[in-house]
Write a protein that binds this ligand. Structure first.
Ligand SMILES: [Zn+2]
Length: 146
């Protein structure tokens, strides 16, 4: 897992916890409207009825972003291909010949035709875009900015 993946996961954990807390503090009022009973959520003041992002939407957003993060695993050539296979492909000095052997790369975005095509170690654009809304967080690194 990359540092950026950890950063995004930590921010999503905070968002999810806040939304779950808001849902736990939400009560329901019943109203009679045109002869029918209508249930109206009575949210905490910080998640009021005019909130653009109700907690249900925050949880859906967090769930979707977690799935996107899972689709962009960052790995290394050593982990992905395996030492035994690399040795058979590159011979006895295989570790010296593969200079990016332990650099992280996104398995989804940065591998084409079996060859690493990005600058090794830079998180993929997808993860950097997912992190952008949290750029004001003190742990955000400017080199992640897309
Ligand atoms: Zn990616």
């Amino acid at each position: 897992m990359s540092d950026l993946t950890d950063f995004i996961t930590d921010r999503l954990d905070v968002d999810e916890e806040a939304a779950r807390d808001a849902l736990a503090r939400t009560t329901t009022r019943r109203h009679r409207l045109s002869g029918q009973t209508v249930h109206v959520p009575d949210r905490p003041a910080d998640w009021g009825p005019d909130a653009v992002w109700p907690p249900e939407r925050v949880l859906a957003d967090v769930g979707a972003k977690r799935r996107i993060v899972a689709l962009h695993p960052h790995t290394t050539m050593r982990r992905e291909i395996g030492e035994e296979h690399l040795r058979s492909m590159y011979g006895p000095n295989w570790e010296r010949r593969l200079i990016h052997l332990d650099d992280l790369y996104c398995r989804t975005c940065h591998v084409a035709d079996g060859k690493i095509t990005n600058d090794a170690g830079i998180p993929c654009l997808t993860l950097r875009l997912l992190a952008l809304p949290y750029a004001d967080h003190p742990a955000y690194r400017d080199e992640w900015r897309p």
